[in-house]
Design a binder for this molecule. Structure first.
Ligand SMILES: [Zn+2]
Length: 429
């Protein structure tokens, strides 16, 4: 991007101010955030400029929520974001074949390439009333939080960096992704096809009280049992796919699971869930085919692998016991063979920096934020590819994916300020 005059000098002095205390710290796991960073003149100017614009930011946030963007139909929002990226003066602005929009805020060189991703799509179908209802500070609308709050926060973060003339060392990539809600599809496509090789990936897609550094392993199965079929009158003692399904489902729930992982709020992982079942066409015959599905989720590959083989061998064993035919379909969320071990992900300076910054800006009097080894955001794609990744958020959104979704207007200002500090800390160390 084009910077105002004298930026190189100011940038260098900022870099020195930031670099000195960080380099003095031998503990790398502490991350790259140091409180004095917040008081450097340029960062302070950027933070102040957000305070001054609080009202306009909330107004624009509301306007953005009211641009419908069901998954796969993000075009109108994509157009809006692209136009804003152009005003920001980002380089390499692209809209890809899925309508992911990305742009680069170039650094001075020699720093890491950091992607900040917020998704444009919502889970709400076309025709949903997305008008924002406002009562004072309380904003209510489908999609107000997930993920429009973070999209708005990211946009304003880039504007604030420009306003304060902050020049980072590394490149910051603004990614507005699509089809996140359909299985993280847009960001996956972008990571695989854009040609960028980011050093770090930050998904802005949870609340400001959360820091997620994991990725869920998800495997979905559909098991089919078959038989030649028979009239009820001729069926006694013969093989029955329906009976096999019943036995198999019971057995799935008898597979021993490791203890529930702690610190995940309402999530109880690992888990095996039978979500769908069916088969047969008439009441008075043995079905030729009956089937059921299994949704298996856990937090690490060894556990997932072990449970996957238990699920499959259970399904097969029942087929043999019951004398019915067997086939299966298997769908995996991603190949996690490149994912880094838990301790390495947790101790990465990216995660530690995000944690320190989120805690620095958290609402006074609220409990300290603890990192969670979980994930179901665009960051999963990066984790699977072995790219250091974290998911954070800018506002105190509540009840995502529900029509009653709500958020606090006042939470976005500290949220944006925290993003500014994070972006600078990550790209200027
Ligand atoms: Zn989301």
């Amino acid at each position: 991007m084009i910077e105002p005059m004298s930026i190189p000098n100011r940038a260098r002095s900022l870099a020195l101010l930031i670099a000195a205390p960080v380099l003095a710290q031998p503990m790398f796991a502490q991350g790259w955030f140091d409180a004095p960073l917040v008081n450097t003149p340029q960062v302070r100017a950027a933070l102040q400029s957000v305070d001054e614009r609080a009202t306009s930011i909330v107004d624009e946030w509301i306007r953005l929520v009211e641009i419908p963007a069901p998954s796969g139909k993000e075009q109108a929002r994509a157009k809006y974001i692209r136009a804003e990226m152009e005003k920001l003066g980002l380089s390499e602005i692209r809209t890809d074949d899925m309508f992911n929009v990305s742009g680069v805020r170039k650094g001075t060189g020699g720093g890491p390439v950091v992607v900040l991703a917020a998704h444009m799509d919502t889970v709400f179908p076309a025709g949903t009333d997305v008008k924002v209802k406002r009562q004072g500070d309380l904003l209510r609308a489908p999609g107000i939080g997930d993920d429009t709050s973070n999209l708005m926060a990211e946009l304003e973060m880039f504007r604030a960096l420009n306003r304060a003339g902050i020049q980072t060392k590394g490149d910051l990539i603004f990614l507005a992704s699509v089809q996140e809600e359909l299985g993280l599809l847009g960001a996956k496509h972008w990571l695989e096809s854009s040609g960028y090789k980011p050093d770090m990936f930050v998904a802005l897609d949870v609340s400001s009280r959360e820091v997620w550094y994991g990725a869920l392993r998800i495997t979905q199965f559909k098991f089919f049992y078959t038989s030649p079929g028979a009239h009820t009158m001729e069926s006694r003692g013969g093989p029955s796919p329906a009976k096999a399904v019943a036995k198999a489902i019971t057995s799935m729930y008898e597979i021993p699971l490791p203890p529930i992982a702690t610190g995940l709020d309402s999530f109880k992982l690992p888990v095996i869930n039978v979500g769908m079942l069916g088969g047969g066409t008439v009441v008075n015959a043995v079905p030729r085919e009956a089937w059921f599905t299994v949704d298996l989720r856990s937090l690490d590959s060894p556990t997932q692998d072990r449970l996957e083989s238990a699920v499959v061998s259970t399904a097969r064993r029942i087929a043999e016991q019951e004398g019915v035919g067997f086939r299966m379909e298997r769908k995996m969320s991603a190949d996690y063979s490149k994912a880094r071990p838990q301790q390495e992900r947790l101790n990465h300076p990216l995660v530690q920096t995000a944690l320190a910054v989120s805690n620095y800006f958290r609402k006074p009097g609220t409990p300290a934020i603890v990192p969670q080894d979980v994930g179901s955001t665009d960051a999963n794609n990066a984790v699977a590819m072995g790219i250091p990744a974290v998911a954070i958020g800018a506002t105190t959104e509540r009840m995502p994916h529900r029509l009653e979704e709500e958020d606090d207007a006042s939470s976005i200002v500290p949220g944006i300020q925290s993003l500014i500090v994070l972006a600078v800390a990550l790209t200027t160390h």
